[in-house]
Design a protein around this ligand. Sequence first.
Ligand SMILES: Cc1cc2nc3c(=O)[nH]c(=O)nc-3n(C[C@H](O)[C@H](O)[C@H](O)COP(=O)(O)O)c2cc1C
Length: 365
Amino acid sequence: MNALDTAYRHALKPILFKFKPDAVHEAFTTIGEAAGRFAPARKLLDLAYNYRGPDISKTVDGIRYRTPIVLSAGFDPDGRLTRILPALAFGGEEIGSVTAHPCAGNPRPQLTRLVRNKSLVVYKGLRNEGVDALISKLKRTRRIPGFVLGISIARTNGPAAATDVAAGSPRCSSGEAGIRDYSESFEKLNEANICDYFTINISCPNAFTGETFADPVLLARLLPRLREIPCTKPVYLKMPINVPWEQFAALLAIADKNKIHGVIIGNLNKNYSDLAYPGDAPKQFRGGLSGAPCWKLSTELIRKTRDRYDRRFTIIGCGGIFTPEDAMEKFAAGADLIQLITGMIFEGPGLMKRICERYASTAAS
Ligand SMILES: Cc1cc2nc3c(=O)[nH]c(=O)nc-3n(C[C@H](O)[C@H](O)[C@H](O)COP(=O)(O)O)c2cc1C
């Protein structure tokens, strides 16, 4: 850990953590967006936080990542940070989740910190400006060469995209409104040609009627419809981590049949009893947990998926990465790339560089 990491841990973080997490997230996005427009600010961050060791680039599904670390979906839903994240040693970012229609998200607070649990309660409810705004934003923004952009697509959070879904009983529904909603976003984004890969998010725990398309019956209807849209880019599926292995395996089988390139394992943990200190959690469900409570479930599912499908799927490992050792365990379990958010918030913007250095030294030994 270098001086900057120590300064973040002992000086900046204690101050930031005194403010409401919703406000800190918004402030950082605004500052990061402004810094991205300003070359000297980018250069300064680059000098402090970028990775400069031996080549650790990796090509996955034909896409070259300068480093194998991608910012996970949800931190930058509206694509405002594409010009600053490369300076923090990220090889790419997953923008979104974006939805066909703008969405204000759930009532605030949309984020709650559970500090000693190393977790956030995430109740964003897919707050985003919608697919049209994202397309025009990315078309106006000059891309940093070599920085990979993925876009995560979710179903619009609200009753209109779920008119035929009875809450709690998706099996009784056709899912048609939701399928049209996903298709609309996918079609527009594919046509706009503004990113390198797509993710279909079927596992947002905080949206109207829940994770409807994590039901194998509905996923088996959704994916063939998305395949009707001619897309030459890799398409990944963002997986739930709280479902039994039988259901997870059924989702993988449907993904396999529908030529999905890979899976991101995975999304937030809905189970508050997985917290080290469950008493710190809200008394009623108030969103999924990020960070440490995702670690074990996601790593086990990565291992099982690799065991069952060998190299059939690209696997992007995500959930509870706070140290270079955590990252290396995700790779050892079978991940081709990793994604993170919460580790960066708790450990600081130097985390990605430290992971890259460890990755390089492991590759060399
Ligand atoms: C603030 C926040 C917002 C999130 N929003 C989304 C989202 O819109 N779509 C999605 O697929 N995952 C979303 N997630 C889940 C993350 O992408 C990731 O799967 C999860 O946080 C586990 O990774 P971590 O432990 O490194 O944070 C969100 C997570 C956080 C912390």
